[in-house]
Ligand binder design. Structure first.
Ligand code: UD1
Ligand code: CA
Length: 469
């Protein structure tokens, strides 16, 4: 959509969020992996507003810090005397560009979508309105402000639930708290606000009534999905919003060809990419900047944080993987723990109860059972026997282990780092390896077995004799 003129945005994020019962600023609470304010900013940014100003107040320092490396301008509201007062505080910032329409959004509406904001701004410009607000039809409108219309159907004013008459409270069209204003009309109405209401606050909603009274054009766009208006005021609403965002993401993935086996338990974070034909099994959580390629199967009960999973790879039941990459056709799990900076090569296998840390397991290599491999570089086609452990830590420093291509490490080997096992070499089962093993050598690092023929029988016989005495 092409807009004729640039426009500006003001985000209201100064409120304490008393109903959250939390010391943390409301807009810093996270839903679906991101702070509430970040969700709102992500909805706003594609519209390329300038400037983008945020009103902060309660815990302003923490909020500014959390968004320090961004393009935001901050305005301080102290004390917080209501949404109208919040916009008054930013008067100077918004008055700088009086010809640019101003979009005002709340920092606590994480389900808001760019498309809806785009529609609101376009409608505002097309109608040459003084104010255009977003409304929503809600079955149980609770604490939301109600949109009061004239007999002719035009918007007259907004009344807060606590100030509303029983008839007004029975209305189902609510104010989403999202508006586009003509700046001069806004500034003159703002100057006349008062706090004669149930909460003793300066209501931004009163601006709508004033503008309408003065003969300004007031438009309302009703959100096609009422969820978009959901303002998070309590921890329960925070959880509900998180769940709605999660389900919205899953619907988009299903539409793009990703198989999601269970809509109730799978979670794919906002910055995760999943290719078509990947299969996400129940209780799978993909977080951070993870990437899951086509044909792979993940889950059930798997958590990936910032991981890449290659084509047709399989992450089996109950695995935790962080900041690592899994090659095409590899299998991991069940019950594997892949810790940061690990790379599992193509067609490699990490089996049950295996822990990797900062370890590169080469293409086609296998560590099928009960191993700890840390700070290790393992070449291709290596077999790491059951129970093999790299002793990478001497109590002070971490040391590397290297295993060359095609080496065979027998079961229950203990590799005391720094140490290397050459290409094609063999390490006998049960060995404690403290010295480097050359290419193609066999290393035995264990005591020779002693066998005493008949010893057990003689012991039994002597015990029986003692009993008879
Ligand atoms: C507001 C609207 C209500 C609407 C609802 C939609 C008013 C008076 N009411 O009510 O009509 O249905 O949103 O969600 O506007 N804030 C400040 N400074 C303040 C007070 C609030 O910056 O002094 C910020 C808050 O941080 C929040 C936003 O404004 O992000 C909305 O404030 P909130 O107290 O949640 O308003 P509601 O009571 O939900
Ligand atoms: Ca609210």
């Amino acid at each position: 959509m092409v807009r004729e003129a640039p426009f500006q945005v003001l985000v209201l994020a100064a409120g304490k969020g008393t109903r959250m019962r939390s010391a943390r600023a409301k807009v810093l609470h996270t839903a679906f992996e991101l702070p509430l304010l970040e969700h709102v900013l992500r909805a706003v940014r594609p519209l390329a507003p300038s400037p983008l100003t945020v009103v902060v107040g309660h815990q302003a320092e923490q909020v500014e810090q959390a968004f320090a490396d961004t393009d935001l301008a901050f305005v301080q509201q102290q004390p917080q005397r209501g949404t109208g007062h919040a916009v008054q505080t930013a008067r100077e910032a918004i008055g700088r560009f009086p010809e640019r329409p101003l979009l005002v959004v709340s920092g606590d509406t994480p389900l808001l979508r760019s498309e809806t904001l785009e529609k609101l701004v376009s409608m505002h410009c097309a109608r040459r309105a003084s104010v255009t607000l977003l409304s929503a039809e809600i079955e149980d409108p609770g604490a939301y402000g109600r949109v009061v219309r004239s007999k002719a159907g035009t918007v007259e004013r907004i009344v807060e639930a606590v100030d509303a008459s029983p008839e007004e409270r029975a209305l189902h069209e609510v104010n989403a708290g999202i508006y586009v204003f003509d700046v001069p009309a806004l500034l003159s109405a703002l100057a006349l606000l008062d706090d004669r209401n149930a909460q003793g606050e300066l209501y931004l909603t009163d601006v709508v009534g004033r503008i309408s009274n003065d003969g300004g054009i007031v438009c309302a766009v009703c959100a096609s999905d009422p969820c978009e208006a959901l303002g998070v005021n309590t921890l329960e609403e925070l959880a509900l919003a998180g769940d709605m965002l999660r389900r919205r993401r899953l619907r988009a993935l299903l539409e793009s060809g990703v198989v999601v086996e269970d809509l109730a338990s799978v979670c794919v974070g906002p910055d995760v990419t999943v290719e078509a034909d990947a299969i996400l099994r129940p209780f799978t959580m993909l977080e951070g900047h993870s990437y899951v390629a086509a044909g792979s199967r993940v889950g059930p009960f798997v958590r990936l944080v910032n991981c890449t999973v290659g084509e047709s790879a399989e992450i089996l039941d109950h695995c935790l993987l962080r900041d690592s990459s899994i090659g095409a056709g590899a299998t991991v799990g069940p019950f594997a723990h892949v810790r940061p900076e690990s790379v599992v090569g193509a067609k490699a296998k990490v089996g049950n109860f295996v822990e990797l840390k900062k370890t590169h397991l080469g293409d086609g290599s296998k560590a099928p059972h009960l191993s700890y491999l840390g700070d290790s570089t393992i070449g291709p086609r290596v077999n790491v026997g059951a129970g093999t452990i790299t002793c990478n830590y001497d109590g002070t420093h971490k040391h590397p282990t290297r295993i060359g291509a095609g080496a065979f490490v027998g079961s229950h080997a203990t590799l005391v780092a720094p140490v290397s096992v050459g290409a094609g070499a063999y390490v006998a089962a049960g060995s404690v390896i403290t010295e480097d093993v050359p290419d193609d050598a066999l290393a035995l690092g264990r005591a020779r077995q002693v066998t005493k023929p008949g010893w057990a029988r003689r012991r039994r016989e002597s015990l029986t004799r003692e009993e008879k005495r």
